[in-house]
Write a protein that binds this ligand. Structure first.
Ligand SMILES: NC(=O)c1ccc[n+]([C@@H]2O[C@H](COP(=O)([O-])OP(=O)(O)OC[C@H]3O[C@@H](n4cnc5c(N)ncnc54)[C@H](O)[C@@H]3O)[C@@H](O)[C@H]2O)c1
Length: 307
């Protein structure tokens, strides 16, 4: 598991260990933290290796989950060249490893490959509307190029690949300072600080609780050999950013006020997955509604802020 010390990776490791697997977590701790995997150090089937995926990796494994990549704009724009390298060189290195080991490899791709979509909701067949030269391109285009590499290794080298197009996911262990909307609003609400909305807050997002996402990703890895994806995994229930802010204020009992700031460049107006293919191929759909998933997430941030 590359990126295993991050938010999604650490949950995926917990689930795989619970299923009886051995897990090697490979991470350079750029945005991930040992805190996310601290509870696993005594686990006999868990191993941590500090490594940057832009360099080749020589290990023996049966399956690869490639999650390494900073995922929030604040983090991926910090060193955009390294972000593209992580997606592109990282994909080449991990695909090379999978080729040598003849093992299955899953790519954590993103709904950002659809850019600012002209089609709504987004099915997997949609090719996207992505700015190739903007400040988000290092992430969006890096992930798109990684998908290209996955499919070329599949066609050229007969590699077994799985590509997950992951939509906005939230839950405990999100980075508190990553500027993502759910963590941002919760931290602001818990500190009773103003909640910052971009634009008029009418732009919509869909939010998938981490447990549902992990369930979908593992099911995708377990699909028959001929199924490659890309496959949308996310929660299709759509909320305006303003409605999310209001729900968080209510659940935290905060007295924060809403403030409205200008929209950042290339911020998509609408984002919602079409998950018909995941329903059909994985017999999967999200179960946790936003109002439920926010509770453990808020509890996590409350503890983090206390600490
Ligand atoms: N969380 C979401 O909503 C979401 C949505 C779409 C896609 N994804 C994808 O899922 C994956 C995990 O996202 P996350 O939310 O857990 O983010 P995260 O930042 O918490 O985790 C990413 C992990 O990758 C590690 N990493 C970064 N660069 C690396 C490198 N060069 N070598 C080794 N490790 C490196 C980081 O240290 C971190 O532990 C990412 O690939 C992201 O693009 C996440």
């Amino acid at each position: 598991m590359t990126g295993g010390a991050g938010f999604l990776g650490s949950h995926l490791i917990d689930r795989l260990l619970a299923l009886g697997h051995e897990v090697l977590c490979v991470d350079n701790l750029f945005t991930g933290t040992k805190r996310n995997i601290d509870h696993l150090h005594a686990a006999p089937r868990f191993e941590f290796m500090r490594h940057d995926v832009t360099f080749p990796l020589y290990v023996e494994v049966d399956e690869i989950y490639n999650l390494a990549c900073p995922a929030s704009p604040i983090h991926y724009q910090h060193d955009p060249v390294q972000t593209t390298k992580t997606s592109v060189h990282g994909a080449i290195n991990l695909l090379g490893l999978a080729k040598r080991l003849k093992c299955r490899i899953l790519q954590a791709s993103t709904s950002e490959v659809y850019g600012d979509p002209s089609l709504h909701p987004q099915p997997e067949s949609y090719w996207g509307n992505v700015n190739p030269v903007g400040i988000r391109s290092c992430y969006d285009e890096g992930k798109r190029c990684a998908e290209t590499l996955f499919f070329d290794y599949h066609r050229q080298h007969k590699l077994e690949i799985k590509v997950a197009s992951i939509f906005n996911t939230y839950g405990p262990r999100m980075h508190p300072a990553d500027g993502r909307v759910v963590s941002n609003f919760i931290v602001q609400a818990l500190k009773n600080e103003p909640i910052t909305l971009y634009g008029n807050g009418a732009q919509t997002r869909s939010f998938c609780y981490v447990d549902d996402l992990i369930d979908g990703v593992i099911r995708l890895m377990d699909t028959p050999k001929d199924f490659t994806g890309p496959l949308n995994i996310g929660n299709p229930s759509e909320f305006t950013i303003k409605a999310l802010a209001e729900l968080i204020i209510e659940q935290t009992g905060s007295n924060s006020q809403l403030v409205f700031l200008p929209l950042p460049q290339d911020d998509p107006r609408q984002r919602r997955p079409d998950i018909s293919r995941a329903r059909e191929r994985l017999d999967w759909q999200p179960r946790v509604p936003l109002a439920e998933g926010l509770k453990p997430t808020i509890a996590y941030f409350r503890e983090r802020l206390k600490a």
